[in-house]
Design a protein around this ligand. Structure first.
Ligand SMILES: Cc1cc2nc3c(=O)[nH]c(=O)nc-3n(C[C@H](O)[C@H](O)[C@H](O)COP(=O)(O)OP(=O)(O)OC[C@H]3O[C@@H](n4cnc5c(N)ncnc54)[C@H](O)[C@@H]3O)c2cc1C
Length: 617
């Protein structure tokens, strides 16, 4: 076992992690730990753009951007955070520009901008050109640019190191913290893929930037590695997760595959059509049609299919039509995604419409933070020295539905804030001793799994999880579908205790790591479903067919899920309680499972300028 000490340890080398590293390493000794080689992080797969009200091609301002973000998130957005993001967007784009990012240009040499879903002029009048982009490889350019600058600045990377535990001086999943006493981050435990060796990283500040968790679903745009590690590690230490029931289903995944075709296609003029050739979005969002926010478009598509107006032999998808666009325009603005349609579906987008269907895309929820990226352990207190930014975090700027291009922005704005805050904190903080038994539980678990002679297969358990989540917790949800999903997840949790791996070796044992990642997925799926069961309303990406309206009286609040040990005598509260809903009981049930329970709490939404209104486009 090796130990290291750094002022700041950043977990994750995607956009958020590397943007944080650029800030922190100016001021403090900084290490970045990543399970992937940095440029393989999912940020590199982002296609369409990063928004900022630069007003380079049309009148625009940050206040309109803030409003669109709040309305797009169906008013569950914390408005102070949205305001920070929209204001700091302009500098975030300029920072990247100065680092050398090759944005597309207008004829007079400014950064070009294009339309994207839900971004409008003057509070909804018409779609506005707010997304800065580099063809349909914006994320690739951001990731490469940040990495090159990290190399230039000699940031220290630990690549193909898997963080398997977060060390804190009070385990909140076990201990009650007396009023006035602080909880501090101590460091992390990591597993070196190449050698199988365990490393302890002691740190004054720890930044989690581990990205999303799309792999809880079968049909997803997310990379195989997006298994929600950071969220699950926080949950297991008793740190709450916020708003996990809100998952974004992106309208245009390649049908049957889930591979993403960016919203930039519709931003450049592509149109969605049903099996009858009708431009159905005119019925659902008369003003901005195909450029309505993703939750609305995804639901409209699923509805067309359910009502028998789908396309194809089984009428189970709709069509994205680019055939009226000039091939030269497609080649200049959308080269990669049109190539995906050719490669994976054998469809020629110049002349044929592309089969598409919603695909699990983005976790709106995550580890709760304040606008300075400090992690909250409840509604009032932070964990000192612990920060989170990017898709792993919930600030919350996306509320119940994220607008396209707001995530590449989020990772840059809050990544930068996290790096600064972590370095600043480290200036005055002291290292905290790592307890002698810090790695025992992690090592025991690894060894147990690696050496178990036979048992459940990882791929089988994972497939069952992903299938039930696709079937029962996707665009449409009901009490029945979610209860069935929860039952299945509990059975899978039980099977997971007997999981074994084929590779019994110590070097490059990816088999073993996939088994650990499956544990994270199961824990998070459970939180998603419990949150969804409790939220008996429809808002943003969470649509309950049995409660189709938004219910601000009871649910204009963030969901906080805490994992706690099950004490003797703990009662499992019934999940139903549909007819006696009061403000007081909307968030107070407990879900118990073998050895632990999930407790639900609520956190108020920060409202500054915009009172909730009906959401129409
Ligand atoms: C196909 C696709 C297209 C998209 N297009 C857009 C777009 O056009 N515009 C937009 O705004 N958003 C887009 N998004 C969303 C956006 O790209 C992501 O939300 C964002 O890039 C996430 O960045 P991140 O830094 O938080 O995480 P990631 O880029 O996912 O990085 C996570 C990092 O954490 C590390 N990590 C994870 N677990 C561990 C562990 N246990 N130990 C060590 N390291 C770990 C990984 O190695 C990785 O380096 C898109 C997403 C997808 C999937």
């Amino acid at each position: 076992m090796q130990t290291h000490s750094f002022d700041v340890v950043i977990v994750g080398a995607g956009g958020a992690g590397m943007r944080a590293a650029l800030e922190a390493s100016n001021e403090a000794s900084t290490a970045v730990i990543s399970k992937l080689y940095p440029t393989r992080s999912h940020t590199g797969a982002a296609q369409g753009g990063m928004c900022a009200a630069l007003a380079n091609v049309e009148d625009d301002n940050w206040e309109w951007h803030t409003f669109d973000t709040v309305k797009g998130g169906d008013y569950l957005v914390d408005q102070d955070a949205a305001e920070v993001m929209a204001k700091e967007a302009i500098d975030a784009v300029m920072d990247l520009e100065h680092m050398g990012l090759p944005f597309n240009r207008t004829p007079d040499g400014k950064i070009d901008q294009r339309r994207f879903g839900g971004h409008t002029r003057n509070h909804g009048e018409a779609a506005v050109r707010r997304a800065c982009y580099a063809a349909d490889r914006t994320g690739h350019m951001i990731l490469q640019t940040l990495y090159q600058n990290c190399v230039k600045q000699q940031v220290e990377f630990f690549n193909e190191f898997y963080v398997l535990d977060l060390l804190v001086d009070h385990d909140l999943s076990r201990d009650t913290i007396p009023e006035g006493e602080a909880v501090n981050a101590v460091g992390v435990v990591a597993y070196d893929l190449a050698s199988g060796e365990i490393h302890i990283f002691q740190a004054k500040s720890v930044v989690f930037a581990t990205g999303g968790a799309g792999k809880i679903f079968k049909t997803t745009s997310n990379a195989h590695t997006l298994t929600g590690d950071g969220m699950a590690l926080a949950l297991r230490r008793g740190i709450p997760l916020e708003d996990m029931e809100f998952f974004q289903f992106h309208p245009t995944g390649l049908a049957g595959l889930g591979i993403l075709l960016s919203e930039a296609a519709r931003g450049e003029g592509a149109i969605l059509r049903n099996g009858n050739g009708e431009r159905f979005m005119e019925r659902y969002a008369p003003t901005i049609k195909d450029l309505a926010p993703r939750d609305i478009v995804a639901r409209s598509m699923a509805n067309e299919v359910r009502e028998g107006r789908g396309a194809g032999p089984n009428k189970d998808y709709v069509l994205l039509d680019l055939t009226h666009l000039e091939p030269a325009h497609i080649d200049a603005k959308l080269p990669d995604i049109t190539e995906f349609a050719r490669t994976y579906l054998g469809v020629e987008p110049y002349t044929e419409p592309v089969p598409v269907y919603p695909t699990a895309h983005y976790a709106m929820g995550g580890i709760p933070t304040n606008i300075n990226t400090e992690v909250l352990r409840d509604n009032e207190h932070v964990v000192r020295g612990l920060f989170a930014a990017g898709e792993v975090a919930c600030v919350s700027v996306h509320g119940s539905n994220r607008l396209g291009t707001n995530s590449l922005l989020d990772i840059n704005v809050f990544g930068k804030r996290a790096g600064r805050a972590a370095a600043e904190y480290a200036k005055t903080a002291q290292f905290i001793d790592v307890p002698g038994d810090a790695v025992d539980a992690t090592v025991a678990k690894l060894e147990d799994m690696r050496t178990r002679p036979d048992g459940e297969r990882v791929a089988d358990v994972r497939r069952s999880l992903q299938e039930i989540m696709d079937r029962n917790a996707q665009v449409f949800r009901t009490h029945e579908s979610l209860t069935e999903a929860l039952d299945t997840i509990r059975q899978l949790q039980e099977r997971y205790t007997r999981v074994s791996v084929q590779d019994k070796g110590k070097l490059f044992n990816t088999d073993l790591l996939e088994a650990l990642e499956l544990g994270f997925l199961l824990d998070l799926a459970e939180v998603v479903v419990v949150g969804a069961l409790n939220r008996r309303e429809s808002r943003g990406g969470h649509f309950r067919e049995d409660f189709p309206d938004r219910d601000d009286a009871h649910y204009m609040q963030h969901t906080m899920v805490y994992r706690r040990p099950l004490a003797a005598g703990d009662a499992t509260t019934d999940l139903v309680a549909t007819d006696d809903l009061t403000d007081a009981n909307a968030f107070d049930f407990v879900e118990a499972f073998d050895g632990y329970k999930l407790e639900l709490g609520a956190k108020p939404v920060t409202v500054t300028r915009y009172e909730p209104m009906e959401r129409k486009y």
